[in-house]
Design a binder for this molecule. Structure first.
Ligand code: NDP
Length: 342
């Protein structure tokens, strides 16, 4: 098990020592008896996601968040892929593969896994259900396709572009015939964007002393769609470079999650001048579209027209390092923890 130790202060960077690897046993007993709705699963892959930072803070008002905080002294919970070992739930039977909310442990007892999906397609890597075919993939689909309604020939900019969400947004944009530029934090990531993920252009934002000049270089006529993953100064400069009637899908603002005070954004007047629509969204708004999403993404994935980069660490004990690494960009692609082979 990976236990969450204690709440982090506002502005604190998550550290490995905020979590602890321990051993314990699970009492199964009647929890999975018929009619109990409980399910015992063996966890195969666990997902490291930026929203988990938000679960490490103490909520003074539960309305502050759509998802509860971790409980100090209890296992970290998150999304994962698992095999059902015993089930008292009518929707799941022994042997099923599922993806959804589970614990950072070898085996988890899920009292009522209403947030688990049965995996129907197993002719793709199972780990994809933590990323490409799981929550991050659905995020890319919902935020880009449903919210931005892309059209052929439009110009698209994506920040944190090589990550779990960004790499699919870019490839969906290419499938729609858009011109796509991504930013990322290392040369290795930039090379992947250009040479493996099919982006038209990519740049290392850490090497651009003048982001405005960089955006003007790649988008001399402006940006139609900005897929926002980082927030802060990047958003401010992007606002100056939006086209008339541009759209901004506000997916996340990872550069702000560990700050005590969020940075100010000064260029919001651009929204008026350029009639730009900027809209935040939560992937939970799109869970009902999961079948439609799979229909769009599964065939090109199987044909190799969509590829997906994963960064896999082995063993539960590697989980804390992998999770905190998201906030310094250590991950190259979707960060996955392999807990057990099937
Ligand atoms: P990633 O796989 O992209 O991992 C996070 C990446 O963010 C890092 O690799 C790093 O890449 C970049 N990063 C970290 N710190 C900073 C910083 N200070 N400034 C700029 N970039 C930074 O994560 P995901 O693809 O899973 O998530 C991307 C975004 O989407 C996040 O903001 C997340 O919160 C959000 N999200 C929102 C959802 C929603 O429902 N709205 C659902 C899922 C995700 P690099 O090396 O390029 O800097």
């Amino acid at each position: 098990q990976v236990i969450f130790r204690d709440f982090l202060a506002k502005g604190a960077f998550p550290k490995e020592s905020d979590m602890e690897v321990t051993e314990s046993t699970i009492e199964v007993t009647s929890a999975v008896a018929e009619g109990s709705k409980g399910v015992l699963v063996k966890n195969l892959y666990l997902s490291c996601d930026p929203y988990m930072r938000g679960r490490m803070r103490k909520l003074t008002d539960p309305a502050e968040s759509y998802i509860p905080s971790f409980q100090p002294g209890s296992p970290v919970t998150g999304l994962g892929v698992a095999r059902v070992l015993e089930s008292g739930h009518p929707n799941f039977k022994k042997g099923d593969l599922v993806w959804g909310l589970t614990g950072w442990e070898e085996y988890s007892l899920l009292p009522a896994p209403e947030t688990c999906f049965k995996i129907e397609h197993t002719d793709v890597p199972l780990s994809y259900y933590t990323g490409l075919l799981g929550m991050p993939g659905l995020t890319a689909y919902g935020g880009f396709i449903e919210l931005c309604s892309p059209k052929k020939g439009e110009t698209v900019f994506i920040s944190a572009a090589s990550g779990a969400v960004g790499q699919l947004v870019g490839q969906l944009a290419k499938l729609f015939g858009c011109y796509v530029v991504g930013s990322a934090g290392s040369k290795e990531k930039v090379d992947l964007l250009k040479n493996k993920l099919g982006f038209d252009e990519a740049f290392n934002y850490k090497e651009e002393s003048n982001l405005d000049a960089a955006l003007k270089r790649y988008f001399p006529e402006g940006i139609d769609i900005y897929f926002e993953n980082v927030g802060g100064k990047t958003l401010d400069v992007v606002l100056l470079n939006m086209k008339l009637h541009g759209r901004i899908a506000v997916c996340g603002m990872i550069s702000q999650y560990n700050l005590e005070q969020p940075e100010g954004v000064h260029n919001l007047m651009q929204l008026i001048a350029k009639r730009v629509r900027m809209e935040g969204f939560n992937v939970l708004d799109y869970y009902h579209l999961y079948p439609k999403f799979l229909e769009m993404v599964l065939p090109p994935t199987k044909e190799g027209r969509i590829v997906y980069i994963e960064d896999t660490v082995e063993g539960l004990e590697s989980g804390p390092t992998a999770l905190v690494g998201l906030f310094s960009g250590r991950n190259v692609g979707k960060q996955v923890v392999l807990v057990a082979h099937e």
